[in-house]
Design a binder for this molecule. Sequence first.
Ligand code: SF4
Ligand code: SF4
Length: 400
Amino acid sequence: MTAELIAQSNPTLAAEADRCVACGLCLPYCPTYRKTQSEADSPRGRIQLIKAVSEGKLLASPRFAQHIDLCLSCRACESACPNGVRYGALADSARAMIAGKPGWKQRAANWLLEHRRALALAGRIARFGQITGLRRAATALLPRLKASAELLPIVPAQEIWRTCYPAHNAKGEVALFLGCVTSVADTDTLRAAIHVLNHLGYTVRVPLDQACCGGIARQSGDAEASARMLERNVNAFAKLGDMPMLTVASGCGSGLRDHMGKQVTDISAFLSAANWGDVVPDALSGTIHVHDSCTLRNAMRQHSEVYSLLKRIPQADVCALPGNGQCCGGAGTYMLTQPEMAQRLRDDKISACAESGARLLATSNIGCALYIAAGLRENGMNVEIAHPVVILAKQLGWKP
Ligand code: SF4
Ligand code: SF4
């Protein structure tokens, strides 16, 4: 990013920013404002900056970029805003404005995310590196890889997904979105989802020409690549006809739902509303703490369904992790690009786990799970983190 970034006039962006009446009601909900107490790191301050740049009154300077980059895109401000200002869309456009033309590294990463088979191959290479110790050698040679390598759990053997997982006496069909990181690093969650859906009588369809949801590209400001991935998914799922499209990672679900509408739904919301007939999970005595991911809470607005779903497990005591309204700091690639603020936010989650005595933590987003798990490991804490559907599948006889 250079200091010579030129301000551009963008009337659509300015019009959306203009809807903010600067009431400040969103400020107490903004994690970065709470930490810095700086107006420029608040939603209201950022909106004013975006407005000034989009009207050509202010240069899109590195200082401007710094305030936009520090935003987590958690959209807590959007949930709190009485005027319905679409802050998420504003931040995406501001990022695209700052980023300019993507460099070759970003284009290569986006290409990988767009092509599922190539991504699975990368997963196999990562697993080989982890098993043989090559990863340690690589991070010693390239220390910049260390942060991202430390977040990854042992990558599982890559699954060869089938196009259809039929249920006996099927009462309906659903389509499953695999996701990029989930399909490589969290295949257990996808298998657990298929198990529960089949158990309840739903045949699961998996279009194999689907791509990443486009969220990572959008966050990095590459709106073109993000739109290309979204379009690829629209076409892949349209071939299946009219059926619910389920996501297991709310980070993917939020962007897809924004673009494709309510056909896209989080797996917990779908299962919570499904007809369970006489199916009752095995009992689980103990407490399940739930970490609400921002994307499920503020973008998809389906977080309360996680609680109702888990409460189907007899004897389970389901409760919210204290401080759930605040982002964990993971926020897509934020944990890598803004490590200092990310860690301050994660420290709050680690304290909440310690103070509440959490032993089993449910979360619906792979990014949050990986980032919080790394923090718990660093602090020597023994807390199991699992997707709600994994917890449920185990109580329905599924073995990881
Ligand atoms: S974004 Fe909404 S809540 Fe925040 S200052 Fe503007 S109008 Fe008020
Ligand atoms: S998206 Fe989150 S971090 Fe960004 S301004 Fe809104 S509340 Fe603050």
